[in-house]
Ligand binder design. Structure first.
Ligand code: 6PG
Length: 247
């Protein structure tokens, strides 16, 4: 079974805070139930920051099995990990610096050197984590992949008009978006598809049109080509779901 973005089920919550809390509850529930290392690909951008802050908070932080968590990244800007534009910097400030996750359980995307070579290095790290060189159906690389959605339909750093959209073998690629700063590393479609669950976390009325277009199957939008071999869930607030308009 695979689930495409257009088939993903909807979880519509009242507001962004409820989206973050619902997502935190799902992660805690699944991570604590997992008998083996629980592998998550974290999203960058602003939307998931609140989720990370909640996970770092007392009751959640104490419930998560940090020693069994493996925290990867869905994408990264090719900037130093201390820079404000770094996804790692945001996750570190909101979460990693506040919880007892062993450093060896955090798989930061390398941002030094040539981006294509850095992508190869990260893919090597993921293969080591996975324990095989090829993705095996029925044995997902990730337990959960967190994704955001840009108004141009990008997700992770799968941007419109970039060659990485055509990557069908490599697990990690690099790209220079035409309409966003920095060269980037990103998980590719096959890597994201090797997941037990993909969660799209999307909030705000500004995203309602692109959510609708992606769910309508507009494959000109990179997010519309996202699949999971497990489940795919749209975790939306009412504004992004377009259900706040009266009448
Ligand atoms: C990034 C993210 C990117 C993000 C979307 C949505 O590196 O910026 O991976 O894909 O999820 O751009 O960003 P917001 O959550 O800030 O709207």
């Amino acid at each position: 079974m695979t689930t495409g973005a257009a088939q993903g089920r909807l979880e519509i919550l009242d507001d962004a805070e409820a989206v973050a809390r619902w997502s935190a509850d799902l992660l805690v529930e699944r991570a604590t139930a997992s008998p083996r290392p629980f592998v998550v690909a974290l999203s960058g951008g602003s939307t998931p920051r609140r989720l990370y802050e909640i996970l770092a908070g007392g009751d959640y932080a104490q419930r998560l099995p940090w020693d069994r968590m493996r925290l990867c990244f869905g994408d990264e800007r090719c900037v130093p990990p201390t820079e404000a534009d770094s996804n790692y910097a945001m996750v570190n400030q909101a979460l990693l610096s506040k919880v007892p996750v062993p450093p060896e359980n955090v798989f930061r995307m390398p941002t030094d050197g040539d981006p294509a070579e850095a992508a190869w290095r990260y893919a090597r790290d993921l293969r080591t984590l996975y324990g095989a060189d090829g993705l095996q159906p029925g044995r997902p690389l990730f337990d959960v992949v967190l994704l955001g959605l840009g108004e141009n339909g990008h997700t992770a750093s799968l941007f419109p008009g970039t060659d990485v959209l055509d990557e069908t073998e490599a697990w990690v690629g690099s790209c220079q978006p035409h309409d966003a700063p920095h060269e980037r590393l990103t998980l590719t479609y096959p890597a994201i598809a090797s997941s037990a669950a993909v969660l799209f976390l999307v909030t705000g009325a500004g995203k309602a049109p692109v959510v609708r277009a992606v769910r309508d199957g507009d494959v000109s939008l990179p997010a519309a080509r996202i699949r999971s071999e497990g489940e795919l869930v749209w975790v939306l607030d009412r504004a992004a779901a377009g259900t706040t308009q009266s009448g």
